[in-house]
Design a protein around this ligand. Structure first.
Ligand code: PGA
Length: 256
């Protein structure tokens, strides 16, 4: 049976109190779905509630991810959060290179490469987001290469250090995030085949997980499920509405 990795990227849709209310109101259902053999569920909430939620859901199979981290471990970096602190407050993973951070916060692929190294040093899984701006395959592969290559170069000697720590690659076409527009199946097949080839070039010893993100919802999930290479989803807007999120989970469970 295929096991899908589901990452709920709650972005800043809910406040701290709303996030705790959301999680506690749906505690039983979240725990139930997280324990299903076809699902591995990770929630990426707003940071101030991370420790509280990790404690509330202690001893369940739900995991926690941060939405970003510093590209330093410690020092004079006002406002930044160290991967080390993320580990201490209960995270097992961290999203890096999200298109919203690249666009609004000037995050570069070199930053993403450094963050990936630091996360792995702290035994946290990087969830490396890459994605092109326009729906043109040729440009897409060039952009994806520019974004992915620095990260792969940075972690290429990590295989012995990171046994059993998955490295997630989340392909999220920026033009699809939050727009309701989705790519054709054949387009996605080619992108994931390319990703597989690029990562395989690093050799054995890595546990790669290939995710798709961008307008995943209860309707579009049926398209994405048909792409065999997709091993999970990074879900934004739809994950902040429990009914919608639950429909996606049920649909995935049915088919896997
Ligand atoms: P979306 O966002 O599901 O709202 O399109 C996905 C993401 O940005 O990770």
């Amino acid at each position: 049976m295929k096991k899908y990795s589901i990452i709920a990227n709650l972005k800043m849709y809910l406040s701290a109190d709303q996030t705790v209310a959301f999680a506690t109101e749906h505690f039983d259902a979240l725990v139930k779905y997280a324990g299903h053999k076809s699902l591995a569920i990770t929630i990426a909430p707003t940071l101030p509630v991370m420790r509280d939620l990790a404690l509330i859901f202690k001893d369940t199979q739900l995991s926690w991810a941060a939405q970003d981290c510093s590209n330093h471990l410690a020092g004079a970096f006002t406002g930044q959060v160290s991967p080390l602190s993320l580990k201490e407050i209960g995270c097992s993973a961290c999203i890096i290179g999200h298109s919203e951070r690249r666009r609004f916060c000037g995050e570069t692929s070199e930053d993403v490469a450094t963050k990936a190294q630091l996360l792995l040093d702290c035994t946290l899984s990087p969830i490396i987001c890459i994605g092109e701006d326009h729906e043109h395959m040729e440009q897409a592969l060039a952009t994806l290469h520019e974004q992915l290559n620095p990260v792969l170069q940075a972690i290429k000697n990590y295989q012995h250090k990171i046994k059993n720590i998955p490295v997630y690659i989340a392909y999220e076409p920026a033009w699809s995030i939050g727009t309701g527009k989705i790519a054709e199946g054949s387009y996605l097949e080619s992108i994931f085949a390319w990703l597989k080839k690029e990562t395989q070039a690093l050799g054995a010893g890595f546990t790669w997980r290939f995710l798709y993100g961008g307008s995943v919802n209860a309707q579009t999930i049926s398209v994405f499920k048909k792409i065999g290479a997709i091993e999970g989803f990074l879900i934004g807007k739809a994950s902040s509405n429990f009914e919608e999120f639950e429909k996606i989970l049920k649909s995935i469970m049915l088919e896997s």
